[in-house]
Design a protein around this ligand. Structure first.
Ligand code: ADP
Ligand code: MG
Length: 247
């Protein structure tokens, strides 16, 4: 297939589970500096799409190019190393470690024998931890144990752990579930900030939140793309109202 300037180019992607096409010949392009939101009814295939992009699930057919490199068939850790970060719905932080430690252990390690602990506390690592902590609003909480953070702060910490690896594509599945109104507002600002210089894909149900953050919205239904465009375009699309927004 042809070269592309897109950060992410998904073409004719299909995955079947026992004959059921959870993703059905789907094509999707996401630009650098873009914050794309994917919406759609339960079971539409949104999470499965992210599973395919990050290599957790193998495609039955089609292509996934990240920065013009074919990703289908690569092991998950190789996709991470190539620059793809994925946040799952339940945060996977180390509750008994401090914010600082959680971020520091997420710094990509030295590849050789000098990995691990010593490596983590170099000035370079400390600087990166400080920068990322400021970015996620936890600059004053570096010494706190992660277990003591609010639900929203834990979500931000996990985003920070992904940012430590400097991903060029970041994917988040329902990042504001369970957050307070204030935390949602702060998360919207955070997501807009971190989409600069990279591509961000967010799966979300809360339409006020979607409206606030989305550059472009993709509507999925039955493993396919039903509609794509600005929030206003998809909101006024009768097919979208019929299968999703009208309910
Ligand atoms: P969404 O995130 O849009 O709610 P999902 O991607 O979780 O939807 O699921 C899409 C469809 O694929 C659902 O019908 C789900 O049951 C099915 N599915 C997802 N993963 C698997 C799997 N590993 N095995 C079988 N069916 C699956
Ligand atoms: Mg889902």
């Amino acid at each position: 297939m042809s070269n592309t300037d897109f950060m992410l180019a998904v073409e004719d992607l299909t995955v079947s589970f026992d004959g059921f096409r959870a993703i059905d010949n789907l094509t999707l392009y996401v630009d650098r500096d873009e914050l794309r939101v994917i919406i759609g009814p339960n079971g539409a295939g949104k999470t499965t799409l992210l599973d395919l992009i990050c290599g957790k699930t193998r495609a039955t057919g089609g292509s996934i190019k990240f920065a013009n490199r074919e990703m289908t068939g690569l092991a998950e850790y190789r996709i991470v190393r190539a620059g793809v970060g994925r946040k799952f719905q339940t945060p996977s932080i180390y509750e008994n470690l401090s914010v600082f430690q959680n971020l520091a252990v997420s710094f990509p390690r030295g590849r050789g024998v000098f990995g691990a602990l010593m490596f983590r506390t170099t000035p370079e690592v400390r600087q990166r931890v400080a920068d990322v902590a400021a970015e996620i609003g936890l600059g004053d909480a570096l010494g706190r144990e992660a277990a003591q953070l609010s639900h929203g702060q834990k979500q931000w910490l996990e985003i920070g752990m992904l940012l430590m690896q400097e991903p060029q594509l970041l994917m988040l599945d329902e990042p504001i579930a369970g957050m307070s109104v204030r935390e949602r507002e702060q998360t919207a600002e955070l997501l807009k900030r971190i989409s600069r210089g990279r591509a961000v894909i967010v799966i979300e149900h809360d339409m006020d939140f979607v409206k606030r953050i989305a550059d472009k919205v993709t509507v999925m239904h039955q493993g396919k793309i039903l509609a794509e465009g600005s929030m206003e375009q998809v909101q006024n699309d009768p097919r979208v109202i019929d299968v999703y927004l009208g309910h």
